[in-house]
Design a protein around this ligand. Structure first.
Ligand code: GDP
Length: 530
């Protein structure tokens, strides 16, 4: 075993940056991720991640359902080195692949990058994901993408961002033109202009320096353009009426620095990445259940599981538990305790995620994500730790499901495997389970459709239980204090069910039904999960 001093460990931890990329589908998340991986030398060719996503890279060990949908496991966690930092990017899948996993992934990061399509502005999925980041109070960095297209006015976009997401914004740079007229980025933070087509407007040089007043000294073809004057005016306006730059507000997640650019043409991405790395936090101390903080530079290893991916290799029926390291240094074969069961185990088979392949873990410390081969020991939210003192990290939050299905076994003679499968999958956090009052029907809830498909697939393949699923559609789930409950309150428009801890809740047909209920029972308090 390597004996690392605390100082050495601390220095290593300080190089880690772990963040998620969030966006609405098609905003350009994959494209920008790829550009970053290219800078880091983690992939050699643009299109690699994309190819995996679209299934051009057939790999035999992906779960069937993943193959069909072209989601790759290896691209859900990517790691690369850049300018002395080790970066972990966690992908959060788009709409069809959306699930509770997506939300939980945000529990394992220290910052988030929000990619916005500048021709569309803030879209639905971004809003949902943003909400979870906000709840955690982590720094959020915004990349306004697709500047090479005719988009919306930058001021408009900033205003919408602030209004819809209720966060202050600070533009780190400002576009000079857009679409066909795009000349470059006016970058007051670095006091320079970044040219969009340097070969056309700046003799091949990417940057044009600015003087103290934020202007170009002497003659320059850009100064002859009316867009230049316009941008100076807008910059002045922002200076006078805009938010103040505050590193504290950024790290508290109250102010989002906004960068403009175009991922596809690789314009502004490097500036973004380098500035982001300056401000993005290193792994922070993690809170345990009894409110003590675990320092990332503690020599004892600890971490928590935020995602379990089953059947990555059908031949072995294996599962991989994704673990966020919170302290210590991971070494192959270390002995740890699984906190929930006080169970000792040896971590001999583990893997680290790289952009192009899974590799075995080399040097993993706080902030890094590793995959542990699991034979059924782990559940979502589990803590594992080394050392004498028991560590249990705070439980991961539960999210309010929005989609519901009634589920029955196809073969009534196979009740046993049906119940076993459901219980296991519910415990693992793959799906949420409810029971209807009186009928005792099983109702499962999810935040994304994919969860149902995974559920069905796993029931059949892992528990030999075929299920019949009857869609109940979108519902609004609201919990009610059992003291206030009268079973007659339930109706076809607000179905009364119990969760797996026997807490009562209503599944409202729509907001109209919920309002109607509120009016009828004004004293009854309805609560949501996150
Ligand atoms: P994701 O769904 O958020 O991962 O989005 P992708 O990265 O797959 O991009 C969606 C589409 O937008 C693709 O066709 C990209 O080529 C395109 N795209 C991404 N970034 C840009 C950009 O900066 N400019 C333009 N014009 N298209 C872009």
């Amino acid at each position: 075993m390597i004996n690392t001093s605390k100082k050495e460990l601390k220095d290593t931890v300080e190089t880690r940056r772990t963040f998620a990329i969030i966006s609405h589908p098609d905003a350009g998340k994959t494209t920008i991720t790829e550009q970053m991986l290219l800078f880091g030398g983690a992939i050699r060719q643009a299109g690699t991640v994309k190819a995996k996503k679209t299934g051009k890279f057939a790999k035999s060990d992906w779960m069937e359902i993943e193959k069909q949908r072209g989601i790759s496991v290896t691209s859900s966690v990517m790691q690369f080195d850049y300018q002395g930092k080790r970066i972990n990017i966690l992908d959060t899948p788009g709409h069809e692949d959306f699930s509770e996993d997506t939300y939980r992934t945000l529990m394992a990061v220290d910052a988030a990058v929000m990619v916005v399509d500048s021709s569309k502005g803030i879209e639905e999925q971004t809003k949902k994901l943003f909400k979870v980041c906000r709840m955690r109070g982590i720094p959020i960095f915004t990349f306004m993408n697709k500047l090479d297209r005719d988009g919306r006015e930058p001021l408009d976009l900033i205003e919408e961002l602030e209004e819809v997401l209720e966060i202050d914004a600070y533009p780190m740079n400002w576009p000079i033109g857009s679409g066909k007229t795009l000349l470059g980025l006016y970058d007051l933070y670095h006091n320079r202009i970044e040219a969009f087509r340097p070969e056309v407007i700046n003799k091949g040089e990417r940057f044009i320096p600015l003087n103290e007043d934020g202007e170009i000294d002497g003659d320059h073809p850009i100064k002859e353009q009316s867009l230049y004057d316009q941008v100076l005016e807008e910059a002045l306006l922002l200076k006078e009426a805009g938010n103040e730059f505050s590193e504290t507000a950024i790290s508290n997640g109250e102010l989002t620095p906004v960068f403009f650019g175009s991922a596809l043409t690789n314009f502004g991405v490097q500036t973004f990445l380098e500035t982001f790395l300056n401000f993005a936090p290193e792994p922070s101390a993690q809170k345990t259940e009894d409110d003590t903080m675990v320092d990332p530079a503690d020599s004892d290893f600890s971490g928590f599981i935020f995602k379990i991916q089953a059947n990555m290799d059908p031949k072995h029926r294996d599962r991989i538990a994704f673990l966020r390291i919170c302290s210590g240094r991971f070494e192959r074969g270390i002995d740890v305790t699984l906190s929930r069961l006080d169970k000792k185990m040896r971590l001999s088979n583990s893997t680290q995620f790289m952009a192009e392949s899974r590799e075995s873990v080399t040097d993993a410390v706080a902030g890094d994500i590793i995959g542990l081969y699991d034979t059924g020991n782990f559940q979502i939210g589990d803590t594992i730790y080394q050392g004498k003192d028991k560590v249990t990290f705070k439980p991961l939050p539960q999210f309010t499901p929005e989609l519901f299905m009634r589920v029955d076994p196809k073969n009534v003679m196979k009740q046993k495997s049906f119940h076993k499968g459901i219980n296991q999958l519910v415990q693992e956090g793959a799906i949420q389970l409810y029971k209807a009052y009186h009928t005792e029907d099983y109702i499962i809830g999810a935040v994304g459709q994919l969860q149902f498909e995974v559920f069905e697939h796993r029931m059949k393949n892992e528990y030999n239980s075929e299920v019949v699923m009857t869609p109940l559609g979108n519902k609004i789930a609201r919990w009610i204090d059992p003291e206030q409950l009268d079973e007659n309150m339930g109706s076809s428009r607000n179905m009364l069910v119990r969760d797996r801890f026997d807490n009562p809740l209503f599944l409202f047909e729509n907001t109209f039904a919920m309002r109607w209920f509120n009016d009828k029972y004004p004293d009854v308090e309805l609560t949501a999960l996150l």
